[in-house]
Design a protein around this ligand. Structure first.
Ligand SMILES: [Zn+2]
Length: 313
């Protein structure tokens, strides 16, 4: 078994934020996640070139989940490989790769419920601009599947849903390195200052599974996330840092769940006016001050998730 494999982190920057794609050096080279539509041109191709790697040599494009900042660039990267790379996505999120309009439906079900029509229009335009045209996946993966990158390099698929409905992590076998993207968010994204948790019960379950069963030796994350002191962490974490990141993520869920439950009156969140609608008192207690009209607004998506868990809308 190989004792190390070269992984090249590629920071895809857009607006004030960024998302990481990772190149895995293997007989059949793979790219994990792809940033947004413009990232292929702006970040992935030039960074690989610095390392003497041609983007067209990529054999695999592996997507951890269907969010715009991870999947948006898949089409453009695939085109650059002469449509030869195999594009892989979790089965539960495959429709997001196939059909760009599915992102608009998901938006309507989540953040769209909480912002004014004028912002909805703007957000939808951003989404359509940042996501490439649909592609038919070469493979739709589920928990336990393996992907061979040639030689003795292989990845196992572990479902780590909760951040999104069906997201997966890819585990590099032998080294036990986990490409976990947004399955582990500590205290939230360094830019938005809040974790995005679409389904808290699943998020918690996935974190516990990573912590107790998978025990990754290294984590490759999708963004810079905040620790308990408000400092942005590195996107790559090792050893003890992995354990700490998992614990912090579980702590944050515990804290959010407790605050949410405290704000329930007679089984529901009290209707009130304010910057964050019916979640305004929760935002005040958490001292959350993020822009409610920013895309994405992790706060609304996450509150929607706890509401579904504890109230069952
Ligand atoms: Zn995401």
């Amino acid at each position: 078994m190989t004792d190390t494999i070269r992984v090249i982190p590629i920071e895809c920057k857009f607006g004030k934020t960024s998302a990481y794609a990772y190149y895995i050096d293997a007989p059949e080279p793979a790219l994990i996640d792809t940033g947004i539509h413009s990232s292929a041109e702006d970040a992935i191709e030039p960074v690989l070139k610095e390392y003497g790697i041609q983007i067209e040599d990529m054999k695999w494009i592996l997507l951890t989940h269907g969010h715009v900042d991870h999947l948006g660039g898949a089409r453009a990267v695939w085109e650059k490989t002469g449509r030869k790379a195999k594009v892989v996505i979790p089965k539960k999120e495959a429709e997001l790769l196939r059909n760009k309009n599915k992102h608009l439906d998901d938006y309507d079900q989540l953040q769209g419920k909480y912002v004014d029509a004028s912002y909805q229009e703007m957000h939808k335009n951003i989404l359509m601009n940042d996501i490439g045209e649909g592609i038919e996946p070469a493979d739709e993966v589920s928990d336990g599947d393996t992907i061979s990158l040639g030689g003795d390099v292989s990845l196992t698929v572990v479902e780590t849903a909760g951040h999104s409905a069906g997201m997966v992590s890819f585990i590099l076998n032998g080294l036990e390195w986990a490409f976990a993207a947004d399955a582990v968010q500590m205290y939230g994204g360094a830019q938005g200052g809040f974790p995005t948790i679409e389904q808290p019960a699943l998020y918690r379950k996935s974190l516990n599974r990573l912590f107790e069963e998978i025990k990754p030796k290294r984590l490759f994350l999708g963004h810079h996330f905040l620790d308990n002191n408000g400092n942005a962490s590195q996107a790559q974490l090792d050893g003890e840092e992995v354990v700490k990141a998992l614990k912090l993520s579980l702590d944050m869920d515990k804290k959010l769940a407790a605050v949410f439950k405290r704000h329930l009156y007679e089984g529901k969140i009290e209707d009130r006016e304010g910057t964050y609608g019916r979640f305004t008192s929760i935002a005040e207690e958490l001292e959350y001050k993020g822009n409610p009209n920013h895309l994405p607004c992790a706060f609304f998506v996450t509150m929607n998730g706890y509401e579904e868990e504890y109230i069952g809308f």
